[in-house]
Structure formats: structure tokens, C-alpha cells
Design a binder for this molecule. Structure first.
Ligand code: SAM
Length: 260
């Protein structure tokens, strides 16, 4: 068994290590942000890691912040996540919306995942991805998604969990506009199909979050190719941590971001 596999939270060893890292990251976040709100955020992340999420503390807190920022900016649209696994990052966004005084009414959440694990990576995803891949990697369960939503007392009324491969599901969902698009799907083909199908639905000034931008080369290449092929200018990537980035969709005609 190779090291990356051993470190994956699909296995016990990875779960132990990720729990320890989560604890240290939450403590560090509290030290740097000694506020009552930070305590609540840190407590939320610790309930999600490692059972319900593979997303780091910094990236979870960033998702929380962006949902509330979308509310403050009065952006119309739903929250969409492509790559859900056991629902941790989705629940974090749900809590952010529910707890936000600036939120008018609850945004709809659309959660897309195969719930059968990652598809096989292609040449574009690099040697490490191809050598590490195993069947059932990141195999999430809809039952666990529902469980964490119930534990956080989030109503499932506004949540659409859509199981299936993105190629089959994204284009058929009755989804109009998107305020925040969280793409956490690792590979070139998966990230590209999300952008091809959903980017146009993101409102100007809306947020696109890429969990794996600096983690997997295929994710990076899919974003670069998409922006180039569609001649999209004015995208300013913001770093969240070692792996994650996000950007605000620029104005179509002006090619600039709405608010930084
Ligand atoms: C890293 S996990 C997502 C982690 C999750 N956001 C969390 O909070 O831990 C990546 C997910 O993307 C899904 N996925 C990747 N490519 C897909 C595709 N083409 N169609 C459907 N699901 C896909 C996998 O099933 C997997 O659950």
C-alpha cells in the first residue's frame, strides 16, 4: 500500500492524522482570531473532521466566510457543490447561510456527487494521481450527508442531493443561478465538465472555489483551459491555503471583479 493511500481519510491511519492536524489548525485559528465567533467556527470544523470532510480547517472557514459575504453583497442564486463525499463542506456552507443575519431567506443547496467514489484519473491528472488511484477512493454516502445536516439542525427542505456522474446530472438539474460554486472534484475531466456546464450560471461577482487547484495538476489545467477557451479575462485567483483558491466571477463586459 503506498503512502498517499495510507494518508487518505478513507483509511484509519489517515483519519487519525487528519484529526490531529484539524485540532492543531483549529487551535492556531483561535490563537490568531481570538473572538467568540472563532470559537464556534473551530467547534464546527472539529465536528466535521475527519468523518464528514476531507477539507482543511482553513478552507472550511473560507467557505463559511464566502457564503456570508455573498449574503452581504446581496448576490442572487443558490449554493452548489460538485464533490460532496460525506457532506462536511456542504454542511459548513449550510450553517453559514442559516446563521447569517444578512441572509434574507435560506439559499437552496445543490449537492452533486457520484457517491461511488472518484472516477479513474487520466493522463492530464499526472503520474501521482494515476499511481495512487484505487477503486472507491472518496466513496461518500448520502446517509452520512443527511446525518450531518440533521446533527447541525439544518433543514433538508432546501437541499437537493443529486447522486450520479457529473456528465449525467449537472445538465439536467433545474438550476437557474449560482451565488457560490464549490468545485471539489480533483480530476481534469470532472472539474472541466463542472465549469462547462455551470460557470455560465454563476452570477457576476459570484464566487467560484477550487479546492484542489494546487493539489492536483488536472484541476489547475482544467481551469486554465476553460478560461482560455472561453476567453474569460479579469479572473484574480485568491489563495486560501496550500491547496485551495477562489475567485469572483468578473463582469462580462468590463473584465473586472465586482468586489475584492
Ligand atoms: C475530495 S472528495 C469531496 C470532498 C468533500 N467536499 C468534503 O467535504 O470532504 C471528491 C468527490 O468528488 C466526487 N467526484 C469526482 N468526480 C466526479 C464526477 N465526474 N462525477 C461525480 N462525482 C465526482 C467523488 O465521488 C468524491 O466524493
Amino acid at each position: 500500500m503506498n503512502l498517499i493511500k495510507l494518508l487518505s481519510t478513507d483509511f484509519f491511519t489517515g483519519q487519525i492524522l487528519f484529526s490531529g492536524k484539524g485540532l492543531l489548525d483549529s487551535l492556531w485559528f483561535l490563537v490568531r482570531n481570538p473572538r467568540k465567533k472563532s470559537l464556534r467556527l473551530a467547534a464546527l470544523t472539529l465536528q466535521l473532521i475527519p468523518r464528514y470532510t476531507k477539507v482543511s480547517v482553513k478552507r472550511l472557514i473560507n467557505l463559511h466566510r464566502l457564503v456570508q459575504k455573498a449574503n452581504r453583497l446581496n448576490l442572487p442564486g443558490d449554493i452548489v457543490e460538485c464533490g460532496v463525499w460525506n457532506g462536511g463542506s456542504a454542511a459548513m456552507m449550510g450553517v453559514a447561510d442559516r446563521d447569517d443575519e444578512a441572509s434574507g431567506k435560506a439559499r437552496k443547496l445543490w449537492l452533486f456527487d457520484s457517491f461511488r467514489g472518484l472516477p479513474r484519473p487520466s493522463n492530464r491528472d499526472g503520474k501521482q494521481a494515476r499511481e495512487t488511484y484505487f477503486q472507491g477512493w472518496c466513496h461518500g454516502e448520502t446517509g452520512k450527508v443527511e446525518r450531518i445536516f440533521r446533527r447541525f439542525r439544518l433543514s433538508l427542505q432546501h437541499v437537493n442531493i443529486i447522486p450520479g456522474w457529473f456528465d449525467d446530472t449537472l445538465g439536467t438539474a433545474d438550476l437557474q443561478t449560482i451565488a457560490l460554486l464549490h468545485i471539489d472534484a480533483d480530476w481534469y475531466a470532472s472539474v472541466k465538465v463542472v465549469l462547462e456546464t455551470l460557470y455560465d450560471k454563476v452570477v457576476e461577482g459570484g464566487f467560484v472555489v477550487l479546492d484542489d487547484y494546487w493539489r492536483w495538476p488536472g484541476c489547475r489545467e482544467a481551469v486554465t483551459d476553460y478560461l482560455k477557451e472561453h476567453q474569460i479575462q479579469g479572473v484574480v485567483l485568491k489563495q486560501v491555503d496550500l491547496h485551495g483558491v477562489y475567485f469572483q466571477k468578473p463582469h462580462r463586459c468590463r473584465g473586472e471583479t465586482v468586489d475584492s
